[in-house]
Design a protein around this ligand. Structure first.
Ligand code: JCF
Length: 672
C-alpha cells in the first residue's frame, strides 16, 4: 500500500517536472535527473502493472497502431472564424457589434495570434483526458486521442481539484518552425514526403494511425476556448478569466494574448505581432479578436459558421496562385543544379514574385509540377519563394514535363546525379562560368573580401571578357582595361581598382571564408583561423584535428581537407599571396575549450558601449559561445547593455545569469 502511494506520488512529480519543462519552458531538474526518475517509474510499472495510472508519462504513447479512425459527434458544435482581410472589414465588424450592443460604452477584446494549425477538442472527465477530436465539419470530427496524448504540453490529468466533471478544452495543434525543419530534414534523408509547411506537417502527423509516429514529430498545443462544460460550472464574467482558469489546470495558452480596446487597440496589436512574427517559434496567419465579456458573447451568438463576437484579421496572403511559365536551372557555386520556376509575376504577402525554387528533381516529380500548370507559390518570411504544387483542377490541356538537362546549360559539362542524394551537379568545376561567377561573387561579398564597386553585373562582364577566371585575377586588372568596358567611366574604373587593392589587407578568417570552401561559413572560418593561426597550418590540417573544433563535423572536415588537396585551389591561393594578400597573425587567443563562454548559450541585448552587437557576437562566437535571439531557461548568460528591455526582464524572471558589458569583458580571456 505504502509502495502504491509512492508510485502515485512519482507520477505526479514527473508530470509536474514535465509541465515546468514543456509549458513553462523553465525546467526545475536536469534531463538526467528526470530520466533516472522515469526509469524508476518504468521499473515499478513493470512489477505492478495493476497500479499503472492513465496519466502516467509512460502512457502517452500507445503500443499498438489503430486500425482506423472513429468519427465522433461533437457535444457542442465547433465553429470557424470569420475573416477580415482589410482594416475596413475590421471596422465593419466593430460597428456591427456596437450597433447590437448600444448600451455598452467600452468594448474590450482579447487579442491573440492566429495559429496556423488545426483545431482540436480535448475532453476531460473527472480531470482525466478521455478523448481528443479534430474539428471535421464542425458537427462530426475524428478521434485522434492517440496522437494528442503524446503532446507533452497537454496534461493527461488536470492539475488542482476545482475542475467541473466534464470540460472540453479547445485550441490549436501546431508544429513549431524548428520541429518542422527537423522533420523535413529527416524526411529528406529517409527519402520520405517533404511537407510544404508546418500546418500540413501537423495535419499529416495527426492522421497517423500509429501514435509512435506522431510522438516523434513534436506537436504543440495552445488552447483558445472550450466546448462542453458541466452544467453546474459557473462561467466567470470574462473569456480571458476562463482561459486563465484552464491555464491553472495545466493547459498551455498563448503568452502573447492581450486585452485591448477599440479600433486603435486592434491596429496597434496587429502591428506589434506582425513585427514579432519572424521571431515567433511558430507560424501564424493573422490575429484573432474576441469580445471579452462572456455575457455579451452570448447576446451576439453565432451565425451558421462562426461566432459574431470574434474575427480573424488575416495577414496578407503568403500563398497565391499563378502560372508556371517555364522551368530553368541555376548552377550554384559548388555546381549544384537547382530547378527554378519562372512565374507570371504575382504579389505574395506584399512582394512581387516572378521566380521561385522547385528544390530538386525529386520534388518536381513528387509534386507532379508541369510547365504551363497553375501553381501555388508560397513565401514565408524572408526565405526564397517556393512552388508548393500544381492546382490540378486548373491544369490546362497542354502541359510539358520538365527534364533535367544532361549538359550544364552554362558550360556544357556533363550533369550527374549524386549518389544517394536528390541533387544534380555540373561536373565542370571552375571551368563552368556559372560556378566561377558565383565563386567570384562570394569572394568579393561583404563578409568576405568586401570589395566595393565590384557588383554582380561587373563580375559577369569580367568573366565573359575572359579577364577574370579566378579570384587572384582581380588583382591584375588595370584602370585602362576597365575603362574600355561599356558604361565604365575612368573615375569608376579607378574606384574599382582601389577597392580591389584595399582588400589585400585582410584577416585570416576573412581570407578563409572568401575561398568558398563548401560548408565553411563565417563562424567556421573564424574558428579555423583562431585555432590554427596560420594559413599553412590550416592547409595541412588533418581530418582528426579538424573535427575537434567547435562547429566542425565530419562532412565539413572532409570538405576542408579535399579543398586544400586540390592543386587548382593551391595555385589560386598562391596567386592571391603573390598579389600581396596579407593579414596579421591572429592573436594567441586562449583555447576555446578554456574560455568561460565555450559552449555557452548567450543572448546579447540592449546597447553596448565598447562595440556593436555584431562585433560582440563575433567575439563570443570565437570563444565557442552560441548566440541566440531570445531568452529561455536554456540560456546560460545574458549580456545586457544600456536600455535593455524585455529580454533582461525575462532573464531575471527565469534566474538566468545577467552580465553587464564590463562584467562580461572582464571575464573574457586576456589575449597576449
Ligand atoms: O488560432 C487561434 N488563435 C484561434 C483560432 C482562436 C480562436 O478563438 C478560434 C480559432 C478558430 C476557430 N476560434 C474558433 C471558433
Amino acid at each position: 500500500m505504502q509502495d502504491q502511494k509512492a508510485y502515485q506520488k512519482l507520477v505526479e512529480s514527473l508530470n509536474q517536472y514535465s509541465y515546468q519543462y514543456y509549458v513553462l519552458d523553465n525546467p526545475t531538474i536536469s534531463d538526467p535527473q528526470y530520466d533516472a526518475l522515469y526509469q524508476q517509474l518504468l521499473r515499478i510499472e513493470d512489477e505492478h502493472p495493476e497500479w499503472i495510472l492513465s496519466e502516467s508519462p509512460s502512457q502517452r504513447v500507445g503500443d499498438q497502431p489503430l486500425k482506423e479512425f472513429q468519427t465522433v459527434r461533437h457535444a457542442v458544435a465547433m465553429y470557424s472564424l470569420d475573416n477580415a482581410f482589410e482594416d475596413d472589414e475590421l471596422k465593419t465588424f466593430l460597428k456591427r457589434i456596437e450597433e447590437k450592443l448600444p448600451e455598452v460604452n467600452k468594448l474590450t477584446f482579447s487579442a491573440e495570434p492566429k495559429m496556423d494549425g488545426l483545431a482540436i477538442n480535448i475532453r476531460y472527465e473527472n480531470g482525466q483526458l478521455v478523448q481528443a477530436t479534430t474539428r471535421g465539419d464542425g458537427q462530426v470530427g475524428e478521434d485522434v486521442t492517440h496522437n494528442i496524448r503524446p503532446i507533452h504540453s497537454v496534461p493527461l490529468k488536470l492539475f488542482g481539484n476545482n475542475w467541473p466533471e466534464v470540460v472540453e478544452v479547445r485550441g490549436e495543434v501546431f508544429m513549431s518552425k524548428s520541429a518542422f525543419t527537423q522533420l523535413n530534414q529527416q524526411q529528406q534523408e529517409a527519402g520520405g514526403k517533404i511537407f510544404a509547411n508546418p500546418r500540413n506537417a501537423a495535419a499529416g502527423s495527426l492522421r497517423q494511425l500509429d501514435s509512435k509516429i506522431a510522438a516523434k514529430r513534436h506537436l504543440s498545443f495552445y488552447l483558445y476556448g472550450w466546448g462542453e462544460l458541466s452544467e453546474d460550472w459557473q462561467l466567470p464574467q470574462y473569456y480571458s478569466e476562463m482561459i486563465d482558469q484552464m491555464v491553472e489546470w495545466g493547459l498551455p495558452a498563448n503568452p502573447q494574448s492581450e486585452i485591448i480596446s477599440g479600433l486603435e487597440g486592434m491596429f496597434a496589436y496587429y502591428e506589434k505581432i506582425q513585427a514579432k512574427r519572424p521571431d515567433l517559434s511558430y507560424e501564424i496567419d493573422g490575429i484573432v479578436y474576441k469580445l471579452n465579456e462572456i455575457k455579451l458573447q452570448q447576446q451576439l451568438g453565432f451565425t451558421a459558421r462562426a461566432p459574431r463576437w470574434a474575427i480573424a484579421r488575416k495577414f496578407p496572403a503568403e500563398e497565391v496562385w499563378t502560372k508556371l511559365l517555364d522551368i530553368e536551372v541555376q548552377v550554384g557555386r559548388t555546381g549544384a543544379i537547382t530547378p527554378v520556376a519562372r512565374l507570371e509575376p504575382v504579389s505574395v504577402g506584399g512582394v512581387i514574385v516572378s521566380n521561385a525554387t522547385l528544390h530538386n528533381m525529386d520534388e518536381i516529380k513528387r509534386k507532379d509540377v508541369r510547365i504551363g500548370d497553375a501553381v501555388i507559390v508560397r513565401r514565408a518570411g524572408d526565405v526564397i519563394p517556393e512552388v508548393v504544387g500544381p492546382v490540378l483542377a486548373q491544369r490546362p490541356e497542354k502541359t510539358q514535363l520538365f527534364e533535367m538537362p544532361q549538359q550544364c546549360p552554362e558550360c556544357g559539362s556533363d550533369v550527374v546525379k549524386e549518389l544517394d542524394k536528390a541533387a544534380f551537379r555540373c561536373t565542370g568545376g571552375l571551368v563552368c562560368p556559372a560556378q566561377r561567377k558565383r565563386a567570384l561573387h562570394h569572394f568579393v561579398s561583404r563578409k568576405a573580401m568586401d570589395i566595393q564597386g565590384l557588383g554582380d553585373k561587373l563580375i559577369d562582364q569580367l568573366v565573359d571578357q575572359g579577364w577574370v577566371k579566378h579570384p587572384d585575377d582581380f588583382y591584375h586588372l588595370t584602370v585602362e582595361q576597365l575603362a574600355t568596358l561599356e558604361r565604365m567611366a575612368e573615375k569608376s574604373a579607378q574606384n574599382v581598382v582601389s577597392g580591389i587593392q584595399a582588400s589585400l589587407e585582410t584577416t585570416l578568417a576573412k581570407f578563409i571564408y572568401s575561398l568558398g570552401i563548401p560548408e565553411v561559413g563565417e563562424v567556421t572560418a573564424k574558428n579555423l583561423a583562431n585555432h590554427f593561426k596560420s594559413l599553412e597550418a590550416i592547409q595541412q590540417a588533418e581530418f582528426e584535428e579538424l573535427i575537434t573544433l567547435n562547429d566542425v563535423g565530419g562532412v565539413v572536415a572532409e570538405h576542408i581537407v579535399n579543398f586544400f588537396k586540390e592543386p587548382h585551389n593551391e595555385s589560386v591561393i598562391q596567386g592571391l599571396l603573390d598579389a600581396g594578400m596579407h593579414w596579421p597573425t591572429p592573436a594567441a587567443a586562449t583555447l576555446v575549450e578554456d574560455s568561460p563562454f565555450a559552449n555557452k548559450v548567450m543572448v546579447l541585448t540592449g546597447t553596448l558601449s565598447e562595440m556593436s552587437r555584431p562585433e560582440a557576437k563575433a567575439l563570443l562566437e570565437a570563444q565557442g559561445a552560441k548566440i541566440t535571439g531570445s531568452v529561455s531557461a536554456k540560456t546560460d548568460y545574458v549580456v545586457a547593455g544600456e536600455k535593455a528591455g524585455s529580454k533582461l526582464t525575462k532573464a531575471k524572471a527565469l534566474g538566468v545569469a545577467v552580465l553587464t558589458e564590463s562584467e562580461w569583458l572582464a571575464m573574457m580571456p586576456q589575449q597576449d
